[in-house]
Design a protein around this ligand. Structure first.
Ligand code: SAM
Length: 284
């Protein structure tokens, strides 16, 4: 079977199941054939798949048909300029989180020597983007999940040679540090249980619930803790960057204002909801 035939047949198999059936097929086949990217497939449409490659590719297509996300099939995903290992029990990084980092890079100069704290590091994606952009930076990444800490460590060792990131298994709610940061950044769990139950089946089946659900009431538990407690570890004129949930901006905005912060930038989704914000600590 040639690449062109394998693709045509997988497009048909995935067509009803996935809106991104072409992209999914190409990413999966490029991985099976160890191609640099999808374009490489198009440059070699007549190349034949051997028996092993064909069987692995259609195994992946079967998994995708049962709604498993491509990143969970391959155990890897892309964030910023990196390819990251994504273990089973760790959240797949989302494009909005790249925007969060982007907002920070518009506020803090590239050559700055910053110290940051990444709360709920997951795969480590935010920390790596910061370490990559701010070559003089160093940081602390915490997560309550053993798998997330391990995943961040594995990814970190693959990408960076120097010890610029301290990766610790820690519960935010008991976390204490003497360090003062220039930036505290977090994409914490922010869904209410009722919102979680309405999520797509594939998210509930393949993504860790503890990475998504904050609490039963408002979904604000993590933000309250970060703003009220961690503000004491943020330098004056330091930045707090948060990814937040739908309909949370008003309350979080108020909380920030009451605690000496000024919101400097936001990212608004097509549904008019603020998904990311950057606030500056203007009062001690
Ligand atoms: C929405 S995920 C974000 C992961 C990653 N930063 C990203 O943007 O893809 C939230 C992370 O917070 C972690 N988490 C949940 N409860 C926590 C707690 N009490 N203390 C620290 N981390 C926690 C989860 O394990 C998960 O990795």
């Amino acid at each position: 079977m040639k690449i062109s035939e394998a693709l045509n047949s997988s497009y048909k198999l995935l067509n009803i199941k996935s809106k991104t059936h072409k992209l999914d097929s190409e990413v999966l086949l490029a991985d099976v054939l160890k191609k640099k990217n999808r374009l490489d497939l198009y440059l070699n449409l007549n190349q034949s798949l051997n028996k092993k490659e064909k069987s692995l590719f259609f195994k992946y297509i079967d998994e995708r048909k049962s709604t498993k996300p491509v990143s969970k099939i391959l155990n890897k995903s892309h964030f910023w300029s990196f390819e990251l290992d994504i273990s089973k029990k760790v959240l797949i990084p989302r494009p909005e989180t790249e925007v969060l980092v982007d907002l920070v890079t518009k506020r803090i100069e590239k050559k700055s020597r910053i110290k940051f704290l990444d709360v709920g590091c997951g795969s480590g994606c935010i920390s790596f983007a910061l370490l990559d952009f701010y070559k003089n930076s160093s940081g602390i990444a915490i997560d309550i999940s053993k798998q997330a800490v391990l995943n961040t460590k594995i990814n970190f060792e693959k990408k960076f040679s120097t010890k610029r990131l301290k990766i610790i298994r820690q519960d935010l709610f008991t976390f204490k540090t003497q360090t003062f940061f220039d930036l505290i950044i977090s994409n914490p769990p922010y869904l209410k249980l009722s919102e979680y139950s309405q999520l797509d089946k594939s998210i509930k089946q393949y993504e860790p619930k503890d990475a998504l659900v904050a609490d039963n009431k408002s979904g604000l538990k993590f933000f309250e803790n970060i703003i009220l407690k961690l503000k004491n570890n943020l330098k004056l004129n330091g930045y707090l960057a948060l990814e937040i949930g739908d309909f949370q901006f008003k309350k979080i905005g108020k909380m920030l204002e009451l605690n000496g912060f000024k919101i400097e930038d936001t990212f608004v989704l097509i549904n008019n909801q603020v998904r990311c914000l950057v606030a500056k600590k203007v009062k001690n």
